[in-house]
Design a protein around this ligand. Sequence first.
Ligand code: GRF
Length: 192
Amino acid sequence: MKAVLNVVVLISGRGSNLKAILDARDPLIAVRAVISNRADATGLFHAQVANIPTAVLEHAQFANREAFDNALSELIDSFAPDVVVLAGFMRILSPAFVQHYAGRLINIHPSLLPEFKGLNTHQRVLEAGCRYHGATVHYVTEELDSGAILAQAQLEVLAEDTPDSLAARVLTLEHQLYPMVLRRLAEDKLNQ
Ligand code: GRF
């Protein structure tokens, strides 16, 4: 079989990063499945258009976080991914889940980590008067937005920027950054 990086992408919403990964059409990247924890995630459409299997696992259907995470990891593992890509997946994952995918679970976050972990990053960057802002792809560890950094992309904050304009500009960076990082991980796999 052709050597590729097998990827499962987890989403909760619009899936524009998923779309960017699919649109890159990188021959070294094989998205084996897209899984959402919300049935109404519009991003599922991007997978369907690309003929990629999709699944919805609604967390509300499970008794607790552990039960959901167990079912989720069983489903993910059925696609045997090298890497699990969080792309706007809005769930805190249990320590057991994170440990199970140690070194194989990555996320994209809209700030220059370690600055501005958590939500509302664009608003907070403006309030803090930062000159630079950007996006980070990092490994996921038990502590939120704190794992080792794989890559970052940066922009200069403009005097006229609003949270919305920053969000749009950072998102454009994300769409370049995520496919680039996956490409690098694929090359690493091939060189092993
Ligand atoms: C992005 O801003 C990403 O940084 C954050 O969630 C958002 C996902 O957007 N983790 P999309 O669903 O990929 O469009």
